[in-house]
Design a protein. Structure first.
Length: 200
């Protein structure tokens, strides 16, 4: 073997050794990259799983909250419907009172709503016809308790029941419906307390 051949063989041997070293390093680096990628994938999977579990819990809580809100809304609506029916039944009962009880109630309302002025009081045609004897005197007595006077109009008003007070051209609607409407909120609270006590 010539000197040149020896040099070539030596260069080839060194190149082969270098190539093997480079290949081994590359394989080691590739193994490290794969390990790091696997670890990163595992961390990502765990993070995604945790986020998914957290989101599932949040969704479940929102569903429970929505269901609870719906239940409370429906319960409240049902209670309000029952209370409204009770108030409507009370209104019908007042409208169907016998004459003595009805005019006795109107006398108390006159005492409550009459002003310390001179005014006029109007009833429906039906109530004017059904008015008991001496009721006009009871109207005057009730007005005097308030410090005023009331003249009974012989002309009926187009109302179902109750009466209209007129002072200086200003009308005060004291029909049964108007009194119920004006006191509806208070009546709702009262009926609620009677039916449900302190329950929210």
């Amino acid at each position: 073997m010539t000197g040149l051949d020896k040099i070539v063989d030596q260069i080839l041997a060194e190149a082969k050794t270098q190539a093997q070293t480079i290949l081994a390093d590359a394989e080691s680096e590739a193994k490290n990259i794969r390990s790091e990628a696997d670890a990163q994938a595992e961390r990502s999977t765990q993070s995604i799983q945790k986020n998914a579990e957290k989101e599932a819990k949040n969704l479940e809580q929102r569903m429970h909250s929505a269901n609870d809100l719906y239940r409370r809304t429906q319960t409240l609506a049902a209670k309000q419907e029952i209370i409204a029916k009770v108030i409507d039944q009370a209104y019908e009962k007042v409208c169907s009172m016998d004459a003595a009880a009805y005019f006795g109630m109107l006398e108390k309302w006159i005492e409550k709503y009459a002003l310390a002025q001179s005014g006029e009081i109007y009833f429906s045609d039906a109530d004017l016809k059904a008015m008991p004897n001496g009721f006009e005197n009871r109207i005057q007595a009730a007005a005097q308790k308030a410090g005023g006077t009331l003249k009974l109009s012989e002309t009926g008003k187009n109302i179902d029941n109750g009466f209209i007070l007129v002072y200086g051209g200003i009308e005060e609607n004291c029909t049964v419906r108007a009194i119920f409407d004006a006191n509806r909120e208070q009546m709702q609270d009262t009926v609620h307390a009677l039916l449900y006590g302190k329950e929210a």
